[in-house]
Each structure stands twice: as structure tokens, then as C-alpha cells.
Design a protein around this ligand. Structure first.
Ligand code: PPS
Length: 310
């Protein structure tokens, strides 16, 4: 699975993980969440950066213009469990320290942990949590291209092997199926959890100009209500424009171009396509059939539904 200096996955409390996300486990588990923190939780490649940016703009977009031009999203929203010290690659990142050092109110913090790994103080403090899920097919494709270009990830190998690995959960952060279901179950007994979907955020362009931005805007409304923020229609429209794919792709604060050598954009950019349905360009007919059959076995909870096209 690994090649060159790419890391290996290993079993960590029953989940496939890589060392960069478990090295500070004890300290992360002791992290002291606060009632006014906001945690964004996702399976990798589900729209984390997109929703992180929306959260940041909702909270700080109006009153801190300098933040918008000088602080990359991965510094504004620390990645709690990430621990990487590779000065030769321009990377030195300890998310737990960065989260502890945040001076903003709220502190917006990112994690890819499955629900059972989340530090207990988040539950004890009744912290607001936003979970973003993306349909498995597009999630797999996005993860594949990310693993090709993110030099700190395990090497993806051939697409056909990657496809099989995804089905059995041999991915960094384990099984997509367990992740999305675990968080969905949590909603039943933890009301401060807002579960949202990548597909709902994507704009469906209509010929009628007045319905442009409708979908992103609706999701921003729902998020604002959950966060207890009142957002004017003007601000909602402004944020909707700022978080469209092309805007974020061209924004050095959101496109990860400032990260150094940890990502090789010549292989694939971080802001790659941002589409629903790109899986159709990757899945063979046979793979699609195998996937659908397997999916039916694994996704028994009919209340959790994904869209693979918009
Ligand atoms: S990470 O590394 O886990 O934090 O990645 P994450 O941010 O979760 O997911 C990256 C994918 O989200 C897409 N993206 C967007 N799509 C549409 N619109 C906007 N504004 C947007 N921002 C990020 C990004 O392009 C990755 O998906 P793919 O399919 O690879 O393009």
C-alpha cells in the first residue's frame, strides 16, 4: 500500500488510521472543549473546507476583513488530531496546540474522527457540531485524487484496487459506511448536531437568474439557525457568492496553495472539480453494479439517504 516515503495504515482501536492522526491521541482526548466552540466533523473529502469557510464567514466575515486575506483556512479552523512535523516539506502542524491557542469566539475546530473517537469534553460541554456527509461514490473519487497528490497520505495505487479498499474500509479514517452511519445514529441522542450533505450545498444553475445560489443559500440559512445567528439576506447572498467553487479555487486562503510541498497540485489540485456525479467518469459499469449491491447490504438505515446526481 505504501510507496517511497508514503505512510502505512494501521489498525487503531478498530479503525484504519495513519500515524499523523494518532500521534497526539492522548492530548487530543484530553482537549477541553467549550460550550461556545463549533466542531466541524466529516469523513475526509466530504466538503470540510467548504463548510469550514462558510462557518468562518458567518462568524467573522463581517468584522475581521484582515482575517479573510491573511489567514489560510487550515489555520483559522485547526485540524484537531493532525500532527505533522516535516520542516523539509514546509509542514509543521499540531492541530491540538493550534486549537488550544485560538483566541476567537467561537473557536471553530475541524476533525475527521469517527464519532466514537471524539474527545468526551465536546459531549460534556454540549458543543455545537456540524457534520457534513457526501455520497460515497463521489467521496471515493475525491479521496482517490487527494491520495494521489497529498504526499503525506498512503499511496492510492491503481483505481481498481482503491475501489476495493474503499468498500472494505481500508482508508485513512476507516470505513465511509461506518463513519456516516455512526454520526447519523448520534443525532438521535445528541441534539446539538447539525447533519448536512455536500450535495445540498451545490448550486443547481437555473436559466432563471432569481433562483441562482438558491441551494447554498438555503443551507446557509439552516446553518445560521442552528448556530443561533441572524443573517440578513444581503450577507447570506454575499457569503453564497464567496463560497462558490471558482471563488474558493482562486482564493489562496481556501485553496491550500499556501501549504507547501505536502500537496502536489501538478498531480491534482485540492479544489479539483467540486461536482456531484464525477464518479460516472471513474466507475466502470461492473464497478457500479458491485458498488450498488454492496451498498444495499451496508446501508440498512433507510432514513439516511444520499444523492449521487443533482
Ligand atoms: S479534506 O482534505 O478532507 O479537508 O477535503 P474536503 O474539504 O472535505 O473535500 C474536498 C472536496 O470538496 C470540494 N469542494 C467544493 N466543491 C464545491 N464547491 C465548493 N465551494 C467546494 N470547496 C471544496 C473539493 O473540490 C473536493 O472535491 P473534489 O470532488 O475532489 O473536487
Amino acid at each position: 500500500m505504501s510507496s517511497g516515503d508514503r505512510p502505512e495504515l494501521y489498525d487503531f482501536h478498530g479503525v484504519q488510521m495513519m500515524p499523523a492522526f494518532t500521534a497526539t491521541w492522548e492530548r487530543v482526548q484530553k482537549f477541553q472543549a467549550r460550550p461556545d466552540d463549533v466542531l466541524i466533523a466529516t469523513y475526509p473529502k466530504s466538503g470540510t473546507t467548504w463548510v469550514s469557510y462558510i462557518l468562518d464567514l458567518l462568524h467573522f466575515g463581517q468584522n475581521d476583513p484582515e482575517r479573510q486575506t491573511s489567514l489560510p483556512i487550515y489555520q483559522r479552523v485547526p485540524f484537531l488530531e493532525m500532527a505533522v512535523s516535516k520542516p523539509e516539506k514546509g509542514t509543521n502542524y499540531f492541530g491540538v496546540d493550534m486549537a488550544n491557542e485560538l483566541t476567537t469566539k467561537p473557536r471553530i475546530i475541524k476533525t475527521h474522527y469517527p464519532v466514537q473517537f471524539v474527545p468526551k469534553s465536546f459531549w460534556e460541554q454540549n458543543t455545537k457540531i456540524v457534520y457534513v456527509a457526501r455520497n460515497a461514490k463521489d467521496n471515493m473519487v475525491s479521496f482517490y485524487h487527494f491520495d494521489r497528490m497529498a504526499t503525506m497520505e498512503p499511496a492510492p495505487g491503481e483505481w481498481s484496487d482503491y475501489f476495493q479498499r474503499f468498500l472494505v474500509g481500508k482508508m485513512n479514517y476507516g470505513s465511509w459506511y461506518d463513519h456516516v452511519n455512526g454520526w447519523w445514529q448520534k443525532k438521535r441522542n445528541y441534539s446539538n448536531l447539525h447533519y448536512m450533505f455536500f450535495e445540498d450545498l451545490v448550486e443547481v444553475k437555473s436559466l432563471l437568474a432569481f433562483v441562482f445560489w438558491q441551494n447554498t443559500g438555503l443551507e446557509i440559512d439552516k446553518l445560521s439557525r442552528f448556530l443561533g445567528l441572524s443573517v440578513t439576506p444581503e450577507i447570506r447572498q454575499q457569503i453564497t457568492g464567496q463560497v462558490q467553487f471558482d471563488q474558493m479555487k482562486n482564493n489562496a486562503m481556501t485553496n491550500y496553495s499556501t501549504l507547501g510541498e505536502a500537496m502536489d497540485f501538478k498531480v491534482s489540485p485540492f479544489m479539483r472539480k467540486g461536482k456531484v456525479g464525477d464518479w460516472k467518469n471513474h466507475f466502470t459499469v461492473a464497478q457500479n453494479e458491485e458498488f450498488d449491491e454492496d451498498y444495499e447490504q451496508k446501508m440498512k438505515d433507510a432514513t439516511l439517504q444520499f444523492r449521487t446526481v443533482v
